[in-house]
Design a protein around this ligand. Structure first.
Ligand code: SF4
Length: 455
């Protein structure tokens, strides 16, 4: 049971409500660090990236497939509308992009630990397309035998059992579906349709094929109430997906803003949203689901586990972001520029950021705190030759004042309160790091990045 006084203190001092910040897959996001990359310099940046992962044995591969059938009001990834001709062209570009990267020797002596198809709706591409991409990856790098291969999927694309069987056949072993809610009224407002029975059927079929499943859910959707969230949770308990991920609805989509302008009563007030976050985190904890701040292992979402451990991510596709410990590389977000550059054999890199030693230390803490065990002080010292308690003394003091972190057994970890509001703690850390750099720097909303990439 959390101490109510401490919870109130946190609400007053940390809670960011539905502001668009680090609510979705939190990573240390410093938009001001990115510099634009001209086509003539792209190869040099790719070479720098290659050097930055030279000592890494394993990598994660992310494939961005940003096409959807319609736009959901809660969407923050701004996909393109499905279009067979454009998608065929895009698919060919992805295949060629993998080759362009492989030709630089990026994958030499490396193994691929996980492959993740994100979007958009990756299943708006055929199983044949997804298989061809997996096969291309297998050609340029050794994919480990036990590799986790995930695709995100709109539930409506999995209506047909053969589609799911086909995914299993091509090696996909985990499917992540966005549901966000099962409340028909809210789904209608959000321009979204799926049924409880439809989702149940998909989860049953995935289970039969020994595939892992994840359902994405949201708190703070237009017109959502605690009562409606509780009903969602009852349904989830019945459906029993392998994993559930609950995030806060960030009000970034122009469609959502339009709806709220016309119907301000649909906006969930911060006070209610705070209770919703509390409710969803308590429920996740009770159900034993992995959640940021409490992440324990790689069983249900291996890709995320290795990401938090800073395994490099090599990302393909327009908007996709690659990470190493010291660099972030974003591909061009304009699809036509992206495909044209690939056509000319130029790496389609649009912007790039180098992380200073201080940024790297903050990122290490930021990602480490999302594990239940926290960040190891010993490993920090080994990597940076610095004492984390000295480096982060002021930050630790502030977080301790609100009972968000603790130092125990050579680890800095989140307390229960800190873990419940991990995204707000992460926002606080970014603000803190920015202030150290310059008083005038402000945290950029993640949507400035989400037009470039979420994963
Ligand atoms: S929420 Fe998912 S399905 Fe809906 S538009 Fe965005 S990416 Fe597409």
């Amino acid at each position: 049971m959390l101490d109510i006084n401490k919870v109130e203190k946190l609400k007053k001092n940390y809670f960011q409500g539905s502001l668009d910040n680090t609510k979705n897959q939190p990573d240390f996001f410093l938009l001001h660090k990115f510099e634009l990359v001209s086509p003539s310099a792209a190869q040099n940046f790719l070479d720098d990236f290659k050097k930055s992962i030279i000592n890494e044995k394993r990598v994660l591969i992310y494939i961005h497939l940003p096409f959807c059938f319609s736009e959901c009001v809660f969407c923050n990834s701004f996909p393109h509308k499905v279009n067979k001709q454009q998608q065929d062209f895009y698919f060919k570009s992805i295949i060629k992009e993998i080759d362009i990267f492989a030709q630089t020797g990026l994958f030499d002596n490396k193994e691929t630990q996980c492959i993740y198809f994100g979007g958009g709706t990756p299943t708006s591409f055929s199983n044949d397309n997804l298989e061809a991409i997996i096969n291309k990856i297998r050609k340029v790098t050794h994919v480990v035998k036990e590799a986790s291969i995930t695709t995100e999927a709109h539930p409506l694309t999995l209506k047909n059992s053969d589609r799911i069987k086909g995914l299993s056949k091509i090696g996909v072993n985990r499917v992540s579906m966005g549901c966000q809610t099962f409340d028909p009224e809210i789904l209608k407002i959000c321009n979204r349709s799926h049924t409880i029975d439809g989702i149940k059927k998909i989860i049953t079929e995935l289970n039969e094929l020994n595939m892992l499943s994840n359902i994405d859910m949201m708190a703070g959707l237009p017109g959502q109430t605690i009562k409606s969230m509780k009903l969602d949770m009852e349904i989830l308990e019945e459906i029993k997906p392998s994993a559930v991920e609950y995030i806060r609805h960030e009000i970034v989509n122009p469609l959502a803003i339009e709806i709220y302008k016309k119907n301000p009563e649909l906006v969930v007030k911060d006070e209610d949203l705070f209770q919703m976050v509390y409710l969803m985190q308590s429920w996740m904890q009770k159900q034993g689901y992995e959640q940021n701040g409490y992440f324990t292992g790689k069983k249900f979402w291996e890709y995320r586990y290795h990401w938090l451990k800073e395994m490099p991510i090599i990302a393909f596709g327009s908007r996709a972001r690659s990470y190493s410990k010291s660099m972030s590389l974003d591909k061009h977000e304009n699809i036509s520029i992206y495909t044209k550059l690939i056509d000319k054999n130029i790496p389609p890199i649009g912007r790039c950021a180098f992380l200073s030693k201080s940024d790297q230390m903050f990122r290490y803490l930021f990602l480490g705190l999302q594990f239940k065990k926290g960040m190891s002080l010993i490993k920090f010292k080994e990597r940076f030759n610095e004492n984390a308690l000295d480096v982060f003394r002021d930050l630790i003091d502030s977080l301790e004042e609100f009972s968000c972190i603790r130092i125990k057994e050579n680890h800095i970890s989140l307390t229960d309160i800190g873990a419940f509001f991990v995204e707000d703690v992460c926002d606080f850390i970014i603000d803190f790091a920015l202030k150290l750099e310059s008083k005038d720097l402000k945290r950029n909303p993640n949507s400035s990045g989400s037009t470039s990439s979420r994963l």
